[in-house]
Design a protein around this ligand. Structure first.
Ligand SMILES: *[C@@H]1O[C@H](CO)[C@@H](O)[C@H](O)[C@H]1NC(C)=O
Length: 391
């Protein structure tokens, strides 16, 4: 026992002394432990510690696009931001595959290469007037759907109410722009409640999806109160609650089968227009972009909210989702259509229904979700730059 202990101690001391540049011998078992502190030489290479050195895309703790993490709902926090990215990992409202609760973490993983200059839009959203932060994920209890929805609504309201001291604070009444990472599509309802509340008016919603998401709970005859809110009907409730504009909100990419053809009549009565996925054959991407703008109307005074269900993209390119529908847009078509909306004041967006467990090993879906957010974030920043309000 003594010998083993002595050997270990001798080994340790000889390591220390070798580093300190001393080469005298300690006798085994007679180590003078109290002979004062051993001085370690300071041999760091100072330039290595300089800030802003190159950080590889694959390194670091995953926030969206390596944005700084800010605990946005901390009491008394004073830090401002212009764009808040926040996760809402709620997936207890799905009708088919579960798993969108891992959407926020998956999208953050998929965003690691997002940075720099957006060539098509001609702007670098990370070097601009806008301060963007990642607020992390909204804390909520994933057991009671209505309670969880209320928590998402309240936290979102809090994020939107945070003060903003930017020179552009006059824009949108100083309300930061919001980017929500879903979660299933149920989250659109609490998010729209918070957004409409903050802006004091209904928003023009552009809803990219293969499904209408305006299922009427009356028609589907659900029994439980909580069943009235699910990922198939956020826009039904949003319209009924006056959160969406009538006639200037729309769906883009629709192609799923319906309960019956009256689904379309009911959808129109809620104030939505529809652009189908197949319209791309007759209109082309340019024609679809134009049709969206015709429905939205003039850019002035239109507040746009973009809700992107990842299943709007063909499942060959976005397999990681709960209710895939074949026959969807390609990624390049989607990105083109999005960028065509750069003249609009996009006050908020979400990407929902990303369920990473069904992704390919190549992370196709989460890369795509991150890229779509990058396009919209670039547009938000460019809009601010083009409409700069100097106070
Ligand atoms: C939207 O406007 C149309 C035409 O004025 C009206 O018939 C319809 O009831 C309105 N819908 C909603 C949801 O307000």
């Amino acid at each position: 026992m003594f010998i083993i202990k002595g050997l270990i101690l001798t080994g340790f001391i000889s390591l220390v002394t070798a580093h300190a540049g001393h080469h005298h011998h300690e006798e085994r078992g007679q180590v003078p432990l109290s002979s004062g502190p051993v001085e370690m030489p300071v041999t760091f290479n100072r330039p290595v510690l300089e800030k802003d050195v190159y950080v590889p895309a694959f390194a670091g703790i995953s926030t969206f696009a390596h944005l700084p993490y800010l605990q946005c709902w901390e009491e008394g926090a004073k830090e401002e931001y212009d764009i808040a990215v926040v996760g809402a990992p709620y997936d207890i409202g799905v009708t088919f595959r579960t798993g969108a609760r891992f959407g926020p973490s998956g999208i953050r993983e998929g965003s690691k290469r997002i940075k720099g200059y957006n060539t098509e839009l001609g702007i670098n959203p990370f070097k601009s007037w806008a301060k963007a932060v990642d607020c992390g994920d909204i804390p909520f209890e994933p057991f009671d759907s209505q309670h969880a929805m209320a928590q998402i609504e309240d936290y979102t309201k809090y994020i939107l109410s945070r003060p903003k001291l930017d020179t552009l604070s006059a824009m949108n009444g100083g309300i930061p722009r919001l980017i929500t990472l879903g979660g299933d599509h149920t989250i659109l309802l609490p998010v729209l409640r918070a957004m409409s509340n903050a802006h004091g008016r209904p928003l023009s919603v552009i809803h990219f999806d293969s499904h209408l998401d305006t299922w009427s709970p009356e028609i589907y005859n659900v029994k439980a109160k909580a069943s009235k809110y699910n990922h198939g009907n956020p826009l039904y409730h949003a319209s009924k609650e006056g959160l969406t504009t009538n006639g200037t909100s729309l769906h883009v990419g629709i192609r799923s089968s319906l309960y019956d053809k009256d689904d379309i009549t009911r959808d129109e009565a809620l104030g939505f227009k529809m652009i189908k996925a197949n319209d791309i054959f007759t209109l082309g991407v340019e024609g679809i972009s134009q049709r969206i703008k015709d429905i939205l109307g003039p850019t002035q005074d239109t507040l746009v909210y973009l809700s992107i269900d990842i299943d709007v993209i063909d499942p060959s390119m976005a397999p990681a989702t709960g209710t895939p529908e074949t026959g969807g847009f390609l990624t390049r078509e989607m990105r083109y259509i999005l960028r065509s909306l750069e003249d609009y004041n996009i006050v908020g967006m979400d990407v929902v229904e990303v369920a990473p467990a069904y992704d390919t090993q190549a992370q196709l879906t989460t890369f795509l979700a991150a890229d779509l957010i990058y396009e919209v974030m670039s547009m938000m920043v460019k809009y601010g730059e083009n409409n700069l309000i100097v106070s």
